[in-house]
Design a protein around this ligand. Sequence first.
Ligand SMILES: [Zn+2]
Length: 263
Amino acid sequence: MNKYFFLALFFLYSCASVEYSDKKYSLYDSRYPDYTYSESAHFIVNSLSSSYAKEISDMAEKYYYSLMMDTNLFSFVQVAPYRIVVHEDKESFLKKTKAPKWSGGFISSNTIETYISTQTPCVIAHEITHLILNEYFGDYAEIYPWISEGLAVYQERKACFESDLKYEKILKSKVYVSLYPFSVLNNLKPKNNDKIADVEKFYAQSSDIIKFLIKKEGSFKFYIFIDGLKRGLSLDFAIKNAYPAVFNDVYQLEKKWLNEIGK
Ligand SMILES: [Zn+2]
């Protein structure tokens, strides 16, 4: 009897981890032992319901692919699977994670934690972009928030109709009437105590510039651009290197984006 018990335990244990780059990762999150899991090519999703975990895992793969298509980052290989924990509601999310009341979700290490709501797809599309960019850029991840937030918000807007509508409104009512000059935008780093309206304006403008770059000039040049930044090139040189004869520096990018929006 005991023998069967241990065999069963061994079987459970060997099924409960995934091999990834020669290392094993648990499919369960030890902090939430009652949560089940769904495993996909790039993610482990933990939530109370396994069918919901599967739904989120399919969604996450879709957003992963969308980011790869926009950035041509197909050569990027993550070191470990990303984990997404989706709590059942806001109350249990706040209680279990001790997140601040206003939080809809956050990243800690290579994990996204959020909760089930109509905003879940928006949060996941946004935060997956940060997980990938943080790992890709490494030491350079914090240097240009307008690029990382711009790309994250652009992915969020593609994934989520409500977000797209919200940022379209902010663009029309705030950005296009009083935009941040590039000299200011380039140095903005949103902090927790900033006014939400200012941060959203920064998000809206940054995502509009990133959308312009990707839609107008394509993902291959965008990859050359971010690869240059990752290699430590200055912003101006990375732009000139990726977009020869189009933008010589960041101010030409600004000028052409202004032209695009009719300014
Ligand atoms: Zn963000």
